[in-house]
Design a protein around this ligand. Structure first.
Ligand code: ATP
Ligand code: MG
Length: 392
């Protein structure tokens, strides 16, 4: 019995002349994700990617689990490969689907014939195969509106395929097909979700994390690396940049008005993140900010932060409630790590009364009380980079 995985690429199918480039990125990403499971061959035809295992003992259940997390896949199915004749299709249904059909009360047949040389039309295949199933499984009925099982029989270029399970994919665009962006990742709930959302739009992520030892612990940094590792299942590998931020935070504390501490800190974070992004040809920053969530996320505060940015800053969770963000964090598996109780550098020296409506000229004047540039350079120089890969 020969099984295959058939991938339907979603939005990519709408890409006209560029489609093939997007498909190539998708195939490359899938290849990488499945590599450790064994050898597969890949073919592209008719907006479908055919993935054929080249060894008998490949764990296809695990392959399907991994495919569910690859962006650019709208849906996929695990199918039996049969000869292109109707008897083989019928035998395939008996061999491959008898368990699922025995357990179901209702079904319908969905037939597709893209090889027009095949002698039966799609409606004919549907009708005949439906009759065949009814005569072999006496308890089951046809329900064309809400069937428990949809039996798909596809007659395509290379062979015919029989399947009963269409599995929902992660959607979006293949990671890397939209360029690169740099995620400012904290140990919180929001920024990993923000990274996930932009990777879904096809951006390859790098991550920047600021640490302030001895105020923040090694375990806090480790937690953020774990979060990135969890994101890797969706985003592929992530270059993780860990920036020593203590001297800058101490300098702000000593030289700037306390009420502006957070806003100046955020501006310095953006400046440093942009320098790192420029070095690795990354075209945008991503943050987990959400309007009104905390004092540094009011409109005037965001405007002051944006004023130091020369590249676009994406804030995909900007309009979401915490509850909505948490729902995604749980779905993608970062939530449990995010709620581990280690201090982030943002919680070091937080002002008692942060300014919620900072004026840009006041912020700029206060920031100019100290020359941060040498410390910024030093922080960039002393940044450590680790390549974080999926866990298998
Ligand atoms: P999160 O849940 O992502 O930590 P938050 O609601 O706690 O967000 P803030 O602490 O104000 O909000 O941080 C806002 C954004 O700033 C974060 O989403 C993240 O993008 C960035 N950020 C905060 N702390 C750090 C850090 N230590 N390193 C890198 N980026 C950070
Ligand atoms: Mg935070």
């Amino acid at each position: 019995m020969k099984e295959i995985l058939l991938i339907k690429n979603g939005e990519i199918a709408l890409k006209g002349l560029n489609r093939s480039t997007f498909e190539d990125v998708l195939v490359k990403n899938i290849r990488r994700r499945l590599k450790s499971l064994g050898n597969f061959s890949f073919q592209k035809a008719q907006s479908t990617i055919y993935i054929t295992p080249q060894e008998d003992d490949i764990d296809l259940d695990e392959a399907c689990e991994r495919l569910k997390k690859v962006f650019g896949i709208a849906a996929f199915s695990r199918a039996l490969v049969v000869e292109k004749d109707f008897d083989s299709i019928k035998n395939g249904v008996l061999d491959y689907l008898s368990e699922i059909l025995s357990d179901a009360k209702t079904f319908k047949v969905n037939a597709k014939r893209s090889d027009k040389k095949f002698p039966m039309t799609s409606p004919e295949i549907t009708r005949e195969l439906g009759g065949f199933i009814l005569s072999n499984f006496h308890h089951i009925k046809v329900d064309v509106h809400e069937p428990e099982v949809i039996v798909t029989a596809e007659v395509r270029d290379f062979a015919a395929y029989v399947s009963a399970k269409k599995i929902e994919g992660a959607g979006g665009m293949p990671v890397g097909s939209s360029g690169k962006a740099t995620l400012l990742v904290s140990g919180g709930i929001d920024s990993p979700v923000a990274g996930y959302m932009m990777a879904k739009r096809g951006l390859e992520l790098s991550a920047v994390h600021f640490v302030s030892p001895p105020y923040t612990s090694d375990r806090a940094r480790q937690k953020v690396e774990t979060l990135c590792e969890e994101l890797c299942d969706y985003c592929g590998k992530i270059s993780f940049y860990c920036v020593p931020f203590t001297k800058l935070q101490e300098a702000i504390k000593e030289n700037c008005p306390e009420e502006l501490f957070t806003i100046i800190m955020r501006r310095l974070m953006m400046k440093i993140a942009q320098k790192i992004a420029a070095n690795i040809d990354s075209g945008a920053l991503i943050t987990g900010e959400s309007v009104a969530q905390v004092a540094s996320q009011t409109l005037p505060a965001i405007a002051c932060t944006d004023a130091v940015c020369d590249i676009p800053v994406f804030r995909p969770v900007i309009g979401m409630d915490k509850a909505e963000i948490i729902k995604i964090a749980k779905k993608i598996g970062t939530f449990e790590t995010s709620i581990l109780p280690y201090d982030d550098c943002c919680t070091v020296f937080t002002p008692k009364h942060p300014k919620t409506k900072p004026k840009l000229d006041y912020v700029e004047r206060s920031e100019a009380l100290f020359d941060f540039d040498p410390l910024i350079e030093e922080a960039v120089q002393n940044t450590e980079c680790v390549l974080i890969r999926p866990n298998h």
